[in-house]
Design a protein around this ligand. Structure first.
Ligand SMILES: [Zn+2]
Length: 455
């Protein structure tokens, strides 16, 4: 192990140069005029994987290629782990807000600035460097590793989902390691073990067949905008609880261990309030802001539309009103069931004076791997050793759809060991990746494999 760690230290400068070379390639998956660049990035990645001693292949798909790279196969059954990442990046616009051009990586104040630096090139590159250290020092890697690096994460991962089904046999594994989440600070390296699910719907209430003159007709017909507001307002009580019967029935409760661990997270309620710029925080009573935003289910109105929105006034009773609603879900809540319960309640709340229409949107289950499991525990050990600080365990409020696919198709759990800092500007101008996170991330990866393989 020591020779692996020494190698990582000795070659830091070169690793940074190589990362910059990778970041110079504008692999914007959403923009067709970058299709050539995206293909060139896949080629560069494949060649790089081969150069460090991996067996790499580029797989063509209906859209952007997928690159896989495996450690040389050894005889006998050894544990097999996947490392997932994506080489595609978000569009860099608005360009004028970048201090240095997005595809001319620049190192300043210990971080590399470029589009894709954290999301996600830098993060999976750290894992590649760890494996390079094993292969180039002739150190025995006690497991087989396969990197799966896709080019469509920022546009929905459609090809990867198909690819997982096609290559299901080759990709059978004991766990997937993903560095595409974050940590609260460099002193708080983190394992993310839970992600919320989601269910979405759009509700419309229809009144008169056209907008009516409110002076002539107002008062004799119901106002769809008011009706919808009253219905929506009845979906949450004063204590911040969602007032849909059955909504919380299956919601997994936080364990004492989890609540205790959450107390160690660095951002206080006051700091959080200032960060968001709100007058006061509001959430389900009995839970901290960390718990509310990541471990409790929610209902939000995402959009609300009705009547006249232009300049000045227009005295009408609008013909219709509509709202887009999503619920964030916690483990054990079934998106279809919650969707059904919500529809039932909306029907109950709807008066006979209007017509109710509901359209279903997307849905995804929550993801959860107990942080007390053996794989999670060794991951925490690797984080502690590499970063020199006691790691925290995190729940994330949003979802990462591909993680559910790994579970569904391969039956594998994912270890989410994110290296992004809160101010890394993902998807924004001046995206950066902290170089300590890069090098400590590579060390964490190197320390992880022997531990995982020994379970
Ligand atoms: Zn992204």
């Amino acid at each position: 192990m020591q020779s692996v760690l020494d190698y990582l230290t000795a070659h830091r400068a070169r690793f940074e140069e190589e990362l910059c070379e990778y970041l110079r390639l504008p692999s914007v998956s959403a923009q067709t005029d970058h299709d050539c660049d995206t293909r060139a990035t896949a080629d560069w990645l494949m060649k790089h994987c081969r150069a460090i001693g991996l067996k790499a292949r580029k797989h063509t798909t209906d859209f952007h290629p997928i690159v896989t790279a495996s450690t040389p196969k050894r005889a006998g059954r050894r544990p097999h782990f996947l490392v997932y990442g994506h080489y595609d990046v978000q569009p860099p616009d608005p360009l004028e807000e970048w201090d240095t051009p997005p595809f001319e990586p620049t190192i300043r104040k210990g971080a590399v600035y470029a589009r894709g630096a954290t999301d996600n090139k830098g993060q999976h590159f750290a894992h590649l460097k760890a494996v390079e250290a094993f292969l180039q020092t002739g150190s025995e890697l006690p497991c087989d590793l396969t990197f799966v690096i896709e080019g469509e994460e920022e546009v929905g991962s459609e090809s990867l989902v198909k690819f997982l089904r096609q290559k299901k046999k080759d990709l059978q594994c004991d766990a997937v390691v993903v560095s595409d989440t974050g940590m609260p600070s460099k002193k708080h390296p983190a394992l993310t073990y839970s992600l919320r699910g989601v269910t979405a719907l759009e509700v419309t209430v229809r009144g008169p067949k056209a907008d009516l003159h409110s002076g002539i007709y107002g008062g004799s017909v119901d106002n769809p905008a008011l009706v919808l507001c009253q219905m929506l307002a009845a979906l949450r009580d004063k204590r911040g609880r969602i007032a849909v019967p059955g909504f919380y029935d299956r919601a997994q409760k936080l364990t004492r261990y989890e609540r205790e661990q959450m107390k160690r997270l660095p951002i206080s309620a006051a700091q959080y309030r200032r960060l968001l710029g709100v007058k006061a925080l509001f959430g389900e009573m009995g839970y901290t802001h960390h718990e509310q935003r990541s471990a409790r289910p929610t209902l939000e109105i995402n959009g609300l539309t009705s009547g006249y929105q232009g300049e000045g006034s227009k005295t009408i009773v609008p013909a219709w009103a509509s709202a887009k609603i999503t619920c964030r879900l916690v483990p054990n809540q079934d998106p279809c069931e919650i969707n059904r319960l919500l529809k039932r309640q909306l029907k109950k709340l709807c008066p006979p004076s209007v017509k109710l229409e509901i359209e279903d949107g997307h849905g995804a289950e929550a993801y959860h791997v107990p942080p007390t499991g053996p794989q999670a525990q060794v991951a925490l050990e690797a984080l502690r050793e590499a970063f020199g600080h006691e790691p925290v365990i995190l729940r994330e409020g949003g979802s990462i759809p591909i993680i559910n696919e790994f579970k569904k198709v391969l039956g594998a759990d994912s270890l989410l060991l994110g290296l992004a800092l809160p101010d890394d500007n993902l998807h924004s101008p001046n995206e950066k990746f902290d170089l300590d996170c890069f090098h400590n991330g590579a060390e964490m990866s190197a320390r992880l494999w022997p531990k995982l393989a020994a379970i």
